[in-house]
Design a protein around this ligand. Sequence first.
Ligand SMILES: [Mg+2]
Length: 188
Amino acid sequence: MKDPELTAEEREVASRIKLLILDVDGVLTDGGIIVGHTSDGEDVELKRFNSLDGMGLRLIKHCSIDVAIVSGRVSSATTYRAKELGIVECHQEASGIKLPIVEKLLKERSYGWESVCMIGDDLVDLSVLERAGLPVAVANAVPEVKSICKWITKVPGGHGAVREICEKLIKARGMWDEILNDYSSRKP
Ligand SMILES: [Mg+2]
């Protein structure tokens, strides 16, 4: 069934997507970083992820969309979450220079920029968002990011923004009902 929330043009753009690039801080999280240390003096950094996003990222595997994390911050919390979600392409680049990472991912897959959806929130995401076929800003993104994006999520990062986009990408392919039926007919 076609999603009435999407225009024909949006459906066309979304149905071309083969690679979903995710920023972490402010997109998969609300941007908060909890820092501290253990009794042994070891530094600890924690982030709060949202289970709705996790489920959305599992669901889009049905659509053969590759998912890659490209973060400008190195954190074991991100590595942990990526592993839990089965996201192999987890790139953390402290310099914040993301473009070469995404270019390499595209080259490896022989994909063009029209295949890329990126969800971002801050200036370090601009270089990729400017080239992506479907640039998406979360509701909490800075104005410079929002101004160049095709879609802006209803909810902020860390509160289901990634899930919102996963559902739209699935619905653009007309696969949402199939997934719902699959879940509602599941038996133990
Ligand atoms: Mg960010």
